[in-house]
Every structure is written in structure tokens, then in C-alpha cells.
Write a protein that binds this ligand. Structure first.
Ligand SMILES: Cc1ncc(COP(=O)(O)O)c(C=O)c1O
Length: 424
């Protein structure tokens, strides 16, 4: 098909999207408005109270008195925002946060961005152009994007193509990876693998093994660990860093989020050396031409980082995993990701209508979750996504399991955990 007749990705997405999401919003199965909350109980603008399994703040830190106090104090001192790029002027909390994050990540170097998407947009062009001193590129680049890598990386395909070929791989399939690496070897190119540490919809990837395989091929791994941060690892360094024995391999970069389990807002990147930081802060598009995190959130991030460096983070991690294990045990490991290191469990349905109906039944039982359809997952299917927190009470977990059992007894069924891995 020539360029003129080829459909762009957004048109394809639009054509494939059904009106199921609109219906789910209309019925307030998703997209509802929250006016109040206490722990995991939320009150919507219709005055109804639900238990939510939606939030990605898996450790409940966004409600921590230290974060709230830090935000209030910072606002009183500097106002809500210092509106300028960090190169021109920055709140004192930015440097404090980067130093604390560096401590959490074993002394490696950290740069903070306003979001994880902005980390990708800022850092990947620097990596692909061979501009980062610790990540030299001497041959043409070949990007390998994992099929489950987050949409914030997939959408950059057009940007990445300016630096080299782009292929899709399945990192959970050894043959797919080996084939891709063979192709790179044949073409004398440098493979750069882009993956999620813990998928937002799927399970975990073997980061350490992939790092070794890419290293043997002279390549790099770039890991988005947005969902892995805080919930495991020393000082809550997250899934990726802990699965690497808390050491950053020479060929690996971690991108992560401050807006999920960390309890604050923003994103950051972990690189090998201060020289990489100098390049990132002077050249990354989203830093040079963007503002820094707003003052109260930046100060809250600092307070959260300090908590990460205490034993309190372990207590919260322990309570989170106690809740997840309770759910897995009571539900007989019957949901996606059961027994795994992801804090998310999923019920996948063969068709959108069944998933929709089950979300509706759970809502009527006082439980809200995140129902997702295409383009989050493959066309025609539905996934009910349950995010767990250390703040869920035992009776809330038991209620969820009992509700799922009742729904199953009414004739609804979801695919077994090994059924289908959704494509994001
Ligand atoms: C794995 C992953 N990466 C990146 C993002 C984007 O994060 P941000 O909103 O900070 O850009 C998300 C958000 O949901 C995510 O789940």
C-alpha cells in the first residue's frame, strides 16, 4: 500500500474502537467523579459510596500526613508553581528529590521529569542518537519494542524511526527475542529493547535475563517500571532494580513514575553516570522546553522519598502483599497475574458485553474497578482490572471475592490466567 492510501494509526484506532467505553462512562462504571474518600472508600458526586480497586497508588502514600504537610509548607513558602523550565529556575525540592532518589537507586544518577511519558520523549532520542556518554552507539540503531510495552513508548514509533529501524518483539518468548537479535547481528546494528518491568495490564518480564541477552548482543535495555516502583525492593526501589540485585547493569536504563505507588507526581530516569545527567538536563526536549513539577507535589515527592528510606516502606509493602495473597488464595488463583509480582489482577472476557455486564454487577454490589476495552487490549475483548492497595481492609477483599463467586454462579466466566495476554 502506498503512503497515500495507508491509514495512520490514529484513524485505525478510531475505526476499531466501539462505543462500549462511552456506554461504560454513561453508566458510571468508569470515568466517575469522586468528591470524597477515606482509605479505599470513595464517594461519587451522586452521593454513593464504593470500595475502589482502581487507583495505582498501591501503598496509599498520597494520604500520608508527611506528604500533605510537606505540600502545604512548600506552597506557603514558594506558592503553587515556579513557572519556568528547570534550566532557568527551580524549586529547592528538585535537587533534594534527585539526591534522595539516587540514594534509593544505589548511588546511580537520577533526573526528574514531570511525567513518565516525558521521560520517554526526552531520553529515548538521546539514547538512539548515541548522545548519552555511558550508552555509546557505534552502529545503526534497531529499536525492539516489546508488544506489551506501555502505549507511551509505542506512540513514539515515528520519533524512534528517525534514529533507526523499529520492530515489535515478544520479550516473554525466547525465540522472538533470539530471532530479533540475530537480525540485528546480521545487519550489524545495535539493538535497543524497550519493555515494561511490570505491565500495566500484564505480568512481569525477566529483566535480568533480557539485560544479559542484550548485553551479549552489544545492545541496551530501556525499562519502564512505572507499576513496579515502591511495591518491592530495598527502599522501595521497585521490581526492575530489585530483580537486578539492586545494581544497574552497564547496558540498562530505568524510567519510572512518581505518580503511582510513590504517592506523588512526576517521572524520573535512572542512568549510570553524572555525565549522562548533564546531557539529559541540557538536551532532553521535555526538560529544556518544559516546566518542572509543581511546588506542592515536588515537596510531597521529597517527603515520600524520605519515607522510602525508612522501614515504613517495608511495612506498607508487607500489607500490600498480604492483601494480594489473600485475594489470590480466596479466588483460587483464578485471575490473570495470580501469584505474580504485579499488584494488578485481571478478569479477561471473550466479548465486551460480558465484561461490561460483570462490571455493572460488581458496581451494584458497591465495588468499582477499571473496565478496559480496545485499544487497551485486543479488539472485541474486555478486561476487568483490579488494582490492590495496602489500604484495602480484609473484609473489602473478602467482599470482592464473594461477589466474583456469586457472579460466576450466575453463569458468567472469564478466561483462565494463561488464556490470553492482552496487547496494549
Ligand atoms: C507503564 C506506564 N508507563 C507510563 C505511563 C504514563 O505515565 P505518565 O502519566 O506519568 O506519563 C503509565 C501511565 O499509566 C504507565 O502505566
Amino acid at each position: 500500500m502506498n503512503q497515500k492510501n495507508k491509514q495512520d494509526w490514529m484513524t485505525i484506532r478510531k475505526l476499531r474502537t466501539t462505543d462500549i467505553l462511552g456506554q461504560a462512562i454513561k453508566e458510571e462504571l468508569t470515568g466517575f467523579t469522586v468528591i470524597d474518600r477515606t482509605d479505599k472508600k470513595i464517594t461519587t458526586d451522586k452521593g454513593k459510596i464504593f470500595t475502589e480497586f482502581v487507583s495505582c497508588s498501591y501503598l496509599g502514600l498520597e494520604n500520608h500526613p508527611s506528604l500533605i504537610e510537606a505540600a502545604q509548607q512548600a506552597m506557603a513558602e514558594t506558592g503553587i508553581h515556579l513557572s519556568s523550565s528547570r534550566g532557568a529556575m527551580r524549586p529547592q525540592y528538585l535537587q533534594q528529590l534527585e539526591e534522595l532518589l539516587s540514594e534509593i537507586y544505589g548511588g546511580n544518577s537520577v533526573v526528574v521529569f514531570t511525567s513518565t511519558s516525558n521521560v520517554h520523549l526526552g531520553v529515548l532520542p538521546l539514547l538512539g542518537s548515541g548522545s548519552l556518554p555511558s550508552y555509546a552507539i557505534t552502529r545503526p540503531v534497531h529499536w525492539l519494542i516489546d508488544k506489551t510495552a506501555h502505549a507511551s513508548m509505542q506512540v513514539l514509533r515515528g520519533v524512534l524511526e528517525q534514529f533507526g529501524l523499529v520492530s515489535r518483539v515478544d520479550s516473554s518468548d525466547e525465540e522472538s527475542i533470539q530471532q530479533a537479535l540475530q537480525t540485528c547481528k546480521k545487519n550489524n546494528s545495535t539493538p535497543i529493547l524497550l519493555i515494561d518491568g511490570i505491565g500495566s495490564m500484564t505480568g512481569v518480564l525477566p529483566v535480568a535475563k533480557l539485560s544479559k541477552e542484550l548485553s551479549a548482543a552489544g545492545g541496551y535495555v530501556y525499562v519502564d517500571d512505572a507499576h513496579g516502583i515502591s511495591i518491592v525492593g530495598n527502599y522501595g526501589a521497585g521490581y526492575c532494580f530489585s530483580s537486578l540485585d539492586h545494581k544497574l547493569p552497564e547496558n540498562l536504563i530505568i524510567a519510572s513514575s512518581l505518580s503511582k505507588a510513590f504517592g506523588g507526581s512526576g517521572g524520573f530516569v535512572v542512568v549510570k553516570d553524572i555525565k549522562d545527567v548533564e546531557v539529559i538536563t541540557t538536551l532532553a526536549n521535555t526538560l529544556v522546553f518544559g516546566h518542572s513539577i509543581m511546588v506542592p507535589m515536588l515537596a510531597a515527592n521529597v517527603a515520600s522519598a524520605k519515607i522510602h528510606l525508612t522501614t515504613e516502606i517495608q511495612t506498607r509493602q508487607k500489607n500490600l502483599w498480604k492483601n494480594i495473597n489473600l485475594f489470590d488464595t480466596l479466588s483460587n488463583n483464578s485471575l490473570m497475574n495470580a501469584g505474580g509480582l504485579s499488584p494488578i489482577r485481571g478478569a479477561m472476557f471473550e466479548n465486551e458485553a460480558d465484561g461490561f455486564e460483570v462490571a455493572r454487577m460488581l458496581r451494584d454490589k458497591g465495588i468499582l474497578l477499571f473496565p478496559v476495552f480496545y485499544p487497551f487490549i485486543s479488539e472485541g475483548k474486555a478486561l476487568l482490572r483490579f488494582a490492590f492497595s495496602c489500604e484495602h481492609k480484609e473484609n473489602e477483599i473478602i467482599d470482592l471475592v464473594n461477589s466474583l463467586i456469586e457472579i460466576k454462579n450466575e453463569g458468567f466466566s472469564w478466561l483462565t490466567p494463561k488464556g490470553i495476554i492482552p496487547q496494549v
